[in-house]
Design a protein around this ligand. Sequence first.
Ligand code: ATP
Length: 361
Amino acid sequence: MTPLITLKGVNKHYGDYHALRDIDLEIGEGEFFSLLGPSGCGKTTLLRTIAGFESVSNGLVTIGGKDMAGVPANLRPTNMVFQSYAIFPHLSVAENVAFGLRKRSDLDTKAKQTLVEDALDMVGLDGYGKRAAHALSGGQRQRVALARALILKPKVLLLDEPLSALDKKMREQMQVELMRLQRHVGITFILVTHDQEEALVMSDRIAVMFEGRIGQLADAETLYRRPRNQQVADFIGKMNFLDVEVRSSNEPVDLEISGLGRVTISPDQVPEPVTIGKAIVGIRPETLSLLFDGETTDLRLIDGVVDEVVYYGDMTYYDVRVQGVEKPLNIAMKNVIGRPVLDVGAATRVVWDERSLVLLN
Ligand code: ATP
């Protein structure tokens, strides 16, 4: 990765409120990078700090090796796409996109027109130039906003919850399109979102933020499979948490899991350093399953009783009470032909595998 944006020791105070705390971060050239976290964790503040809409209280922000202190937003090689599309309803699509070029006095009308057409083509709005902006769907408006931001050929596109106003289907479609667009234009995208699925789908790397700090920075698979701590594990997807006693921190790590018993797990399932004593392990619902009549397994089994059933069509989520485990285990089962959906109160057996456990700090 060639770093394009560097943040070193960045802090932001709003009066007494400490919104960003010692942020150290490098974002690469051509990277799709996401800032993910619950409401109020500071992700928009961090994005605005890179854009130049906020100054930092202390610390260093560089873009392309240049110190950005004192450089106003309009002189930075960044451009921002906002949650509210901020397009002008009384103008045509082409006029909205051309608005991005209003300060380019070096370009004649013909050159501007070509750039507008190219930009519309890029976002899949080829032929929409004359359409009135108010006659567009939410997804199309968002594309206009993207075209307007991209027409200036920024080095970095900053996206603040760009898909949050769209319905679920359109959002999923735009996620894939944004990802393709980013690969096509090859510039750095920095996305702010509170939607973990959105971040997992689109990003090369994700910084998960809590209370002004980065809790973990990793690619999607690492965040999902090897969350560093309970806070990250809880925010990304669903996770069962079980009490555990770490008996030996040497390899392989020896655990006594309340209700499930004694197992050993490999070094890639544990944080560093591992400490002896009480801890928490996480297990994803889809790595557990129920054993139905006529099925067999070589994996571990434990008896349980169905406490709750939530049917999703393709999946059923069960909560299963297991003796010695404090909270019912949440288990995601694919619904396949011939497999019944169990009722609350049914006796069942839970299949589990120590290879899917992750020990958490
Ligand atoms: P959301 O997803 O809700 O937008 P966020 O993670 O983007 O949340 P920020 O907008 O970065 O959060 O805000 C972080 C914290 O800083 C919040 O507690 C917010 O109230 C506070 N904050 C943001 N801007 C200001 C401001 N101009 N003055 C005072 N406090 C602010």
